[in-house]
Each structure stands twice: as C-alpha cells, then as structure tokens.
Write a protein that binds this ligand. Structure first.
Ligand code: AMP
Length: 493
C-alpha cells in the first residue's frame, strides 16, 4: 500500500485510500488525526515525536525541535546532547513515527509514500525532504506539490482548462498558489503569500489583548512570566477556534498569578466581532497578499475558476466570507477538512499510482532555472524555468586552459535573479587537455519529483561522473558536509 504523507511545518498526517476507494486519514496511537511535527530528545538514545514532544517544548526547549520543515535542505545543524543532526535527520525521526503508526493501523509495513511539499520548494529543499523520508524508512514514490494535492482531493481533474487558486492559510504561513490545469498538467503560474503570517499571529494579538486587559483591570503584568504566557497562548488559541463556530466565548484561566492581594484569575468574554476588530490588520494583510499575487500574474479575480481553501486558519469565518466575495464567480471548495485536504490528495495520487484509481498523468512546471557556472562566473541555464518535467537536457562543454586535466562543474539554480548553489563535482581525465580540447556532455535529468540529477560524460573516453550534492559552490568549503546516518541509532516513540 502506498500512503500519502503531508509532512507539515506544524503537523503531519498520513492518509490512504481504503477498500471502498475513499481517501481516509490514518489516526495515530492516541487516536489523533494530526501528529505535531515536533521532536523531543528525552536523552541521547530516545526521542518522542508528536503530541508528547509538543507538551515538552515549554519545559525543555533546548531538547525540543519545532518547525524542522523550514530548515529542510539548508546547512542548519541542531546540536542535542553533544551530537549534531541535520534537518533531514530530524525530519527522518518524524517520518519514522508516521511510518510506525501507519504500519500499525494498516497491519502491514508501510514502505512507500507520496509526500507533499510546497510548490515553491527548490531543489535543495526537495532533496532535504527526500533524504528525511529515506532516513525514516520511507521510499518516496512521488514528491507532490501541496496545492496540486489539494486540487486532487477536490477532483479537479476533469476535462477543460481551469485557473485554480489555492489558499493555504496555516499556523505560521500563508501560501498562495495560482495554477493552471489542463489535461493532467498542473502548471504553477505564480506563488505568493508570506512565511510570517498565520494562525499564531492571531493568537499573539488575542494574547496581547488579554495581557493588556489584565494589566488595566487587575494591575498585574503577566508579560514576563513565561508559564502564564504559555497558558494564555494555549487558551486564546482555543478561544479563537471557538469563535469560528460560536459568536461569543469566554477565556478562563484560574490562578494565573499570585499577588499580595491574593490569586489572580482571568475571566474574559469576547465576541467574534471584537476578535475580528482586534485582528483586522492581519486579515487586511492576508487579502492584500492575495491581490498582490493575482496582480503579479496579471490575472483578475473574475478569471479565477476554482478557489480551494486549505490550512487550519482558512476556517476563520471572516477569511472565508471575504474570499467568497472576492471570487464570487468562482467555484468555491472548502468542504473537505482544511487540515486534511493535502494528505487526502496525496493518498489519492498514491492510489492512482497503484492503479486503484483512474490515473491522471501529472506534470509539473519547474519554478526556477537550472544550469552551471561558466569560467567567467556567468550562469549558463540548461533548463529554463517554466519547463515541464520529467525532462532531460544535455549540452557540450569544453575546457578553457591549456594543460588542464580537470574541470569543476558547478551546478546552480536561478530564481528571480538569485543564484543558489546545488553542488559541484570534479571531472578528471587521464590525459591533459589543450584549451578547448575536452568535450564534456553535461546532462541535467529532472525526474517526476522535480529533483535534479546531473551526469557528465567525457565524449572521447565515455567516462561518466555523477553529481553528489555536497558543499556549496560559493567559497567551496574544504570541510566535508556532515554525513547523514541512515540509522541515527535513536528509538522513536
Ligand atoms: P495548519 O498549519 O494548517 O495545521 O493550521 C494550524 C492553524 O490553524 C493554527 O494556528 C490553528 O489555531 C488554526 N486553526 C485550526 N482550526 C481553526 C478554526 N476552527 N478557526 C480558526 N483557526 C483555526
């Protein structure tokens, strides 16, 4: 059975397509559908992943890792109990946990999955997620773009051309993707949004309001009390969620502080209108990001055919209502649980690959150009952005100096004028080339996951070298990149 995995910043989910061909979320050992993407190191041998790890985050932050997805494919390192871990190794622990409970639930070992990634993830980030899955014991059959998964969950793959807007409003990010769909091809037209706007910002506004009100009414400042602030944040998040279905709620926290006059309790009523007034700047920011994304693509709201909502914060009634009125001509898709829509879409794609559901051939479009750096330091693209993949491109290169027996091939991606290093390799020859004598065929192969493999062949000797991604082209550090361990030797609970 191939499952679908939504490896999220805040929460991760596993889903599968059942015997009745319905996509279903797999519950974890606690009976929960979402597993927090949090890793807690109990000691140097044992880690907790999920809800239990999240509840330790406050008490022992130095042993807890949150939001590792944001670090995928970077050279960030975590040092815990004196040992270094790459983001992929930490992600691998989360995949191990997901694999474990999904295997228990299905009664068979889960070994293969369709794993989702944001549409804007570049080659480094995609490679990072692939490594994390592999370390966690999962073979990735396909890396699927999250907005494409959301579209699959809504069955947006009938005939005809459609312009689809996916608004993924999560805990910490707001991802906007405009896609064009035509005969199996989901083409990302543009992506926008913010990595610094999400549900947590609404919680922060409410928490500030609570702190201010307590200061005014009781003369107590809770701001510098981390335990009180933790209780306030968890309670206001619940109140915010209540206000998506109720018109009014009460924030109650007994014994939040102790003064000479006795204990201080919080008991505050708040209405949805009041909440919406307090958080109006955040809503405005969200809507202006949607407008800016459409403007960049020179698309008017009237041209959008389908609007799909995902992410927990898309349940905010003011968000839903405003988006509905902005796109009153479009088909509006918000019935599927927005926390689950991406995982369910991944499961549907998995079942298509298994031949259990009718297959829709998915092709994606490369969001950046890929190429090499020439001797003058100029970027030479081999595959231009906008190319549909899977694809292969080959180009002949030569050497630029006499008496040369080696060339260094530096592989980069370019996006909006920024060059990002993907790696480099040395191509050595048995003999010495005169200037312009070498004939090296460099091929860039992009597989269905949007991941690049680079192969260089000396066309005279048929010697072949394959790029392994280590280090950075810029500065070319001598130090070896930390070698990732397949088995970290850690027990995951
Ligand atoms: P996600 O990153 O997609 O898991 O979304 C998590 C965010 O959605 C958190 O900030 C939650 O507080 C928020 N959220 C979940 N349910 C609701 C709801 N019913 N109303 C408003 N926000 C919600």
């Amino acid at each position: 059975m191939i499952v679908g995995i939504d490896f999220g910043t805040t929460n991760s989910l596993v889903a599968y397509v059942d015997e009745a061909l319905q996509p279903q979320v797999i519950v974890n050992e606690r009976g929960a559908r979402l597993t927090p993407s949090v890793v807690f190191f109990k000691n140097d041998r044992q880690v907790l992943v999920g809800e239990l790890a999240r509840s330790q985050a406050l008490a022992r932050p130095e042993q807890t890792i949150l939001r590792v997805k944001r670090k995928m494919g970077t050279d960030h390192r975590y040092t815990i109990f004196g040992r270094e871990y790459t983001p992929s190794e930490i992600g691998g622990l989360i995949f191990r946990k997901l694999k474990k409970y999904a295997s228990d639930f299905l009664g068979e070992e889960v070994t293969h999955a369709v794993v989702t990634v944001p549409a804007y993830f570049d080659d480094n980030q995609r490679q990072g997620v692939l490594r994390a899955a592999r370390i966690g014991g999962i073979d990735v059959v396909k890396l699927l773009n999250e907005p494409t998964a959301a579209a699959l969950a809504y069955g947006v793959y009938e005939r005809g051309r459609k312009l689809i807007l996916v608004l993924d409003f999560g805990g910490g990010t707001f991802d906007i993707t405009l896609m064009e769909y035509q005969e199996g091809l989901f083409e990302v037209v543009t992506t926008g949004g913010s990595t610094a706007l999400g549900g947590a910002d609404f919680d922060a506004v409410l928490a500030r309001w609570v702190v201010e009100t307590v200061r005014e009414e009781k003369g107590v400042n809770l701001e510098n009390d981390p335990v009180a602030m933790y209780h306030i944040f968890t309670t206001v998040e619940r109140a915010k969620i209540d206000l998506s279905s109720a018109r009014e709620t009460t924030i109650i926290i007994p014994y939040i502080a102790l003064t000479e006059r006795g204990p201080v309790h919080i008991h505050l009523n708040i209405s949805r209108e009041q909440f919406e007034r307090l958080t109006a700047p955040l809503f405005e920011q969200a809507f202006s990001l949607v407008e800016a994304t459409l403007k960049e693509a020179r698309v008017s709201p009237l041209q959008v055919d389908v609007v799909i909502l995902s992410g927990g914060s898309s349940r905010l009634p003011l968000f839903q209502n405003t988006v509905r009125s902005m796109f009153s001509h479009a088909e509006f898709k918000a019935e599927v649980n927005p926390d689950e829509v991406v995982a369910l879409g991944a499961a549907i794609h998995a079942a298509m690959l298994e031949g259990r559901l009718n297959h829709v051939e998915l092709r994606d479009v490369l969001p950046h150009s890929l190429g090499v750096l020439d001797d003058d330091g100029c970027f030479v693209p081999l595959i231009e952005r906008g190319t549909t993949y899977p694809t292969v491109a080959t180009r002949l290169f030569t050497n630029t100096r006499d008496d040369q027996d080696q060339v260094v091939v530096k592989v980069l991606q370019e996006r909006e004028g920024h060059l990002v290093s993907l790696g480099y390799f040395h191509f050595s020859s048995q003999r010495r080339w005169r200037r312009g004598e070498a004939r090296l065929a460099i091929s860039f192969i992009i597989n269905g996951n949007g991941v690049l493999e680079v192969v260089a062949e000396d066309t005279d000797t048929q010697e072949v070298a394959t790029l392994t991604i280590t280090g950075s082209v810029f500065g070319m550090p001598d130090g070896e990149a930390l070698v990732e361990r397949r088995g970290t030797g850690l027990e995951v609970f």
